[in-house]
Design a protein around this ligand. Structure first.
Ligand SMILES: [Zn+2]
Length: 271
């Protein structure tokens, strides 16, 4: 699944190709990807220029000359920017055509990804972006105390709380395992028991790990391979996720399901 570093990598690649182009047409092959009525979505988007690309957590935001498209890749969504009509397959569900003879294909084998149009007024005042927590990579002015208060108000496992995008945005299954390992916190612990010092360690590890993963263009593992021809290289720095032996104490890495998600941890280093 693409997490924040992978989405940021997609954003950085797309911004170089798309800014300044005008959308001349859209083909919607699988309508549920578009949360709006398809005809209304087309009417709102066709004829608009792409001014920029932004991101909040794992949401990509295409800023148009008027309004915005919010795109979430979910499990397997990928974009391909190519000359018009040079690619098609049954997993491509939406195609944007541009005034330079190129197209942007949205491919999604699992079909879980979503796109929606929002006016400039609606963008940050309506769902889904109102439900996105602090993006540690964008917002350096976050408040540890505020994050702590939110974490300890939950009674579920800390792993589950961190996967919920409403407190810290952008941490997915891979990076939550890495963050909890770096912070020495057992992923099964109830969120209520996490101390203020541990929250600081979690937040600092999140910032560090996400920044480094962005620098290495994300992680390429079985569950998510490249989009736009970019292969992430952060997998070489993973300490626990998909690993067998702890790099610190050499204990065997354990793998359990927490709330249905495969969770890798070292029971010696994480308490
Ligand atoms: Zn260990």
């Amino acid at each position: 699944m693409p997490e924040l570093p992978e989405v940021e990598t997609v954003r950085r690649v797309l911004v170089e190709s798309l800014v300044g182009l005008t959308i001349t047409d859209i083909k919607i092959k699988y309508e549920p990807i578009i949360e709006d009525e398809p005809e209304i979505f087309k009417k709102n988007v066709i004829g608009k220029a792409i001014k920029g690309l932004d991101r909040r957590g794992k949401y990509l935001i295409f800023n148009l000359s008027e309004g915005n498209i919010i795109s979430h890749l979910r499990m397997e969504g990928k974009y391909f920017y190519l000359p018009k009509d040079s690619m098609d397959n049954k997993h491509i569900h939406v195609i944007y055509y541009f005034d330079n003879g190129y197209m942007l294909c949205y491919q999604d084998v699992r079909k879980f990804g979503r796109m929606v149009y929002k006016t400039d007024e609606e963008l940050f005042t309506t769902r889904p972006l109102t439900e996105v927590g602090v993006d540690l990579f964008l917002n350096k002015q976050f408040d540890y105390r505020n994050i702590y208060d939110k974490i300890v108000s939950r009674s579920v496992a800390i792993k589950t709380t961190l996967l919920d995008q409403s407190i810290i945005a952008g941490l997915g299954n891979i990076y939550v395992d890495e963050v909890l390992f770096a912070a020495h916190v057992d992923p099964h612990r109830s969120s209520k028991t996490i101390t203020y010092e541990e929250v600081k360690a979690i937040v600092d590890a999140s910032t560090k790990i996400l920044s480094k993963a962005i620098e290495y263009k994300g992680t390429t593992i079985r569950s998510y391979t490249s989009s736009l021809g970019v292969e992430g290289q952060y997998q070489q720095f993973l300490c626990v996720h998909t690993k067998k032996v702890c790099p610190i104490c050499q204990s065997e890495i354990k793998c359990d399901k927490i709330n249905g998600r495969s969770t890798y941890y070292c029971s010696t280093c994480e308490r």
